[in-house]
Design a protein around this ligand. Structure first.
Ligand code: PEP
Ligand code: MN
Length: 353
């Protein structure tokens, strides 16, 4: 049995969204093995679907296809479980790796039920996908439930978050959430699932690269022998050959370097940054002192805190500055909005003191 913790970064888990037929599972397994880059074969047997009548997975018979394809190719296998009954069937079929899907992680009752059903099972690995809603505590909580029943090999998969905004991604990555998770659990393996984040093939490479640059430990990517004909998630799946190219093109940067010149130069640049950060905070303090004075003054003269015209003016000035200095307009807009919100908070406090 190969544990994820024993695999050298990047850990690659790949396979179809869903197991469809025995032939498809075997053909996929062989082609993925032939890439020489895949460590674990994935396939969904029970598919949680948004609408009824969509392909809901082949169910229990698919377990054996996956186990047998794994035996033939030598690839460890993993599938999704969404309740204790799934766990029971998967364990009986011989699975030693299971993942909990995004729609399950949202429900502490179900996670607890699954956790209790694996209590005492030896050499079992569980991968917990992030919940569909952007709540890091729910994700942390699900991982804790598995740790509490005594599992040691519990890892996380970042597959993005549902969002109402019109968007580039099927599921917004919100990178700050998995980074917060990794801070909470520094030793667990964090994998990125670019397939469910992107929802489309053309974005997979850039999201995978971004994950590598954020020091993720690996990727879970959907790969299908004939993606256009896939029974679920057709637009986001790629062939094993395309996957191989994607993986070959990934640039793997290391987190640290032993080169003393590099270290010295980096340290000098970081010192410079620290100095600038200090100046920035000092300037912010001065700005907020003036904001406070304005608050007092507005209060004495019975003037509202928010003056939409003034706020528009501030934004226009900043967007012009962003263009002039070649900074991202989106970034400067976010930055000034944060400052403005804090200014409003301070003035509200001063006026109502
Ligand atoms: C899947 O991996 O096929 C899947 C259903 O994922 P998620 O739970 O992330 O939607
Ligand atoms: Mn899928």
């Amino acid at each position: 049995m190969t544990f994820l913790r024993e695999i050298e970064r990047p850990i690659i888990i790949a396979g179809p969204c869903g197991a469809e037929t025995e032939e498809q599972v075997f053909a996929t397994a062989r082609q993925l093995k032939a890439t020489g880059k895949v460590h674990v074969l994935r396939a969904g047997i029970w598919k949680p679907r948004t609408r009824p009548n969509a392909f809901e997975g082949v169910g229990a018979p698919g377990l054996k296809w996956l186990i047998d394809a794994g035996k033939e190719t030598g690839l460890p296998v993993i599938t999704e479980v969404a309740n204790a009954h799934h766990v029971d069937m998967a364990l009986k079929a011989g699975f030693t790796k299971l993942w909990v899907g995004a729609r399950t992680t949202v429900n502490p009752f179900t996670v607890q039920e699954i956790a209790e059903s694996v209590q005492g099972v030896k050499d079992l690995e569980i991968l917990v996908k992030n919940p569909v809603n952007p709540d890091v505590n729910l994700w942390i909580g699900a991982i804790e439930r598995f740790l509490k029943v005594g599992l040691t090999d519990v890892h996380a998969v970042h597959r993005g978050f549902s969002s109402f905004k019109s968007k580039k991604y099927r599921n917004e990555p919100m990178w700050e959430i998995p980074i917060a998770l990794k801070t909470e659990f520094p030793t667990i393996k964090l994998l990125c699932d670019p397939s469910h984040i992107c929802g489309r093939r053309d974005l997979l490479a850039e999201v995978s690269q971004k994950a590598m640059d954020l020091v993720y430990d690996g990727l879970m990517i959907e790969s299908h022998i004939t993606p256009d004909e896939a029974w679920s998630d057709a637009q986001q799946q790629i062939t094993p050959a395309e996957l191989k190219i994607l993986l070959e093109n990934l640039v793997l940067r290391s987190e640290s370097s032993g080169d003393p010149t590099f270290k010295k130069n980096l340290e000098a640049l970081r010192d410079e940054i620290n100095g600038i950060d200090q100046e920035l905070v000092n300037l912010l303090m001065k700005r907020m002192q003036i904001v406070q004075q304005i608050g007092v003054y507005k209060g004495q003269n019975n003037i509202t805190i928010l003056q939409p015209q003034r706020w528009e003016e501030i934004k226009t000035i900043h967007l012009a500055l962003a263009r002039e200095y070649g900074l991202s307009e989106k970034f400067i807009e976010k930055y000034i909005e944060a400052i403005h919100l804090e200014s409003i908070r301070i003035q509200t406090k001063v006026m109502n003191a």
